[in-house]
Design a protein around this ligand. Sequence first.
Ligand code: SAH
Length: 703
Amino acid sequence: MATDAPPSTAAETPASGQAEQQPPLLSAVDPSASSSTTTSPPPLAPIRTERHPSSSSTASSFDSTCVTSPLTPGGAPGAPFRSPGAAGFGATGGGAAGVGGSGATSHDLSEELLAAGWRKFWSKRENRPYYFNKLTNQSLWEPPTAALPGVKRTLSDPAAAVPNHHHHHHQQGPSAPKRPSFGGPQALAWNFSVHSNCVTLERPPRRLFQPHPETELLRAQLIAKLRQHYSELCVSRENIQPPPDSFNRWLIERYLSDKGSDPLFPSDCDNELSYALFREIINDLPVRLCRPKLSADAKKQLYRYAEASKAMIESRVANPESRKIVKWNVEQTYQFLRQAKMPTYEDCLERLAHLKRTCQPHIEEAAKESVEKICTKLYHLSVEYAKKVRELQETLFKVTNPTDPWADLPPWSGDPKRRVRCYPVQICSPAPRPAAQQQLVETGCTDRMQFVRYGRDNSSQQGICRSVFAKLQQLYTLHCTEEDPSMEKFFPRLWCMLTRYQAFLGQQSQNTQAALPIPVFEAISRLFGVTFELFASPLNCYFKQYCSAFPDTDCYFGSRGPVLEFYPLEGSFEANPPFSEELMVAMVNHMENLLKEATGPLSFMVFLPDWRDPPTEALVRLEASPYNRRQTCVLPFEHSYRNGMQHCLERDEDLYVKSAHGTLIVFLQNDAGFMKWTPTSEKIKDLLIAFGQQSSHRRPQPQ
Ligand code: SAH
C-alpha cells in the first residue's frame, strides 16, 4: 500500500469509520479564471473517502452560468431472479419516511440536517439510535454535527428519498438496518456502500469536451440517421435486415482503434474496413439462419437457404466454377427435399450444414465487394458526422485554436507517480459559450417513470424508471456535491448521459448491456472482495466505482473511464464485457499486462459466454492464461442476466432474462491476489448458489 500523507484537501474519515464524505466536484480551469487544473487526488492510506482530485478551493471559481468551464470530475442476457434477501423488504412508501424496518424519529434533528438528508433511526440489533443520510448513504452512531457541505436542499423527486440502504460486510459502524425497497426489484440493484479497493496512479484530467445538450442532440440525431442508413444499405444491397446489434458491436469494435475525438462516431481508425462488421454481414448471407425448433422449421430453412443461394450466385458477378458448385449443391438439396417426404430434424440440419459449408465460400466471394462497400460507406458517413459535431462543439466552446482546443489551459500540476485510490475521470475543456439552453431541460414523471427532456421538443424526451433516477441522483450527489451543490447541472448532465446511451443503444439493443444478477454481485463482493465493475454504465452499475464507455457523460456519475484506459495496480474486479469478440480479446491482453505490472494483490473475475462452437479467441486465451487460477461454468438456461434495458423497463417482470448460453467464470489473479481472494471450492459453491444453481463443474480445471 502507498503511504502518501493525505493532502490537506482530503476528507477525514469520521470516527465511526463509516461515513463516506462528499467527493469533489468540478473545479474550474477556465483559463480566464484564477484557478488552475490543480488537483490532489484522494490519498491512499487512510481513506474510505471517494474524492475527486479537484480541491474545493478551485470549485469556487466555477461559473454556474457556464456549464462547462473547466475541469470536471471524473468520468449480457435472461427469468425472474430475485435476491434471496429481497422478499422480506417492503416498500417504505418513498418520501422522507423511515428507512428499513426501524421507525424513523427524525424530529429531533435540526432543519439543516434534515434538509441535508439526515434521519434518525433505531438499531434493533444494537438497541440504540443511529443516523443515516438518505442522500449519501452515510450512517453514523453519533448525531451528525452539521449538514454536509454542498447539500443545500433535498432532492425534488420523492424517489430520491429512498436510499438503497443495502448494508454489507464492507461496512463498519452502525448495524445494518433492513433494506428499504422501492417497490420492485430495481430497488436492490446497486450498493454504494462498498468502497473501492482499487489503487491506481494519479492521472491528469482528460482533454475532453464536457457534454452539452446541443451537441448531444445533434449527435443523437446523426447517429439515428447513420443507423437508418446502415439498415437501408443492408436491405438494398444484400436484401437482409442488419444482423441484430451489429451496428452497436461495430461501434464497440471501431472504438478499439479509433483515435478520433468524438465519443460515439468512429472517425480516425487504422483500417476503414471493419472485419468484425464484414464477418457479421457475410455470415447472414444469403439468408440469416437460426436454430430451428421443429423438423418443419428445419426443412423450411433448408429450402430458403438453397433458394437464396441460387438467386444470389446468379445475380452477382461470380466465376463460372463457383456458380456451378453452388447450383449443383442447390439442385442436390432440392432432390433431397423431394425424395425424403418426411425428413427428420437431424437430417435437415445435417443437410443445411453441408450446404452452407459448400456454398458459403462462393457466396462470400460473390458478395465480398458489395459488403465491403457497406462497411466503408458506414465509416465514411461516420467521419463526416463526427466532423459536424466537432464544428458545433468548436462554436459552442469558443475554441480559437481548433487544432488544439486545450492549448490555453494551464498545465497539470499532479504527480503521475503518485499512487491513489481510484477516482472518477476528470475533464478539462475550453470554456463554453454561456448556454441559456442549458436551463431548458424540463421534467415530468409518472408512478413508474421519470422524464427528462431538452427544450420543448418531445422527441428529445428521455424516460427512466424512477428507481434508477433515484440511483443517478445518489451517484451524482456522491460525486458532484462540491462542484454543483445546488444540483443545477444535474438535469442537463443527466439528459446528456441518457441521450448518449439511447443513441448508442438504439431502439431495442440490449445485448451489449445485460448485467449480472444482484445476488451474484452480493456474492462476489462478499466472497472475493470485488468492489469494482470493469464494464458498466451509470445505468447498470452495481458499485459506485466502475469503468464505462463514455467518460465525458458518465464521469459525473462516478465513471473511471473506458476499461482499456484504466490501469489499476491492485484491487479486486469483476468484468462482464459486452459481446464483442475484439473487445473481449483486448480485455484479456489488458488484464494480463496489468497482472504483470501489479504492485499488490490484483484479481479479475471474468464472466464470458461459454461459446465453444468454435470457442471464441478470448475464451481460449483466458483458459490458457498463466494467471488463470480457477474457472467454473454456469449452465445454459440455469441462470439469468438482468435485462440490458433495465433502466427503462415498463414492467418488473421483464427484469431478468434466461441465458441461452452457458457462462464461463474465470479467475485471473497474480500471486498476491490469489493469496488474498483465493477461489476456494467452498466459495465457488456459494457463488453458484447465488446464480441459482447448486453445482456445475463440468470442465476440469486447467493445469
Ligand atoms: N455492469 C454490469 C453490466 C455489464 S454490460 C455487469 O458487470 O454485469 C457491459 C457494459 O460495458 C455496458 O454497459 C457497456 O456500455 C459497457 N462498455 C462498453 N465498452 C466499454 C469500455 N470500453 N469500457 C468500459 N465499459 C464499456
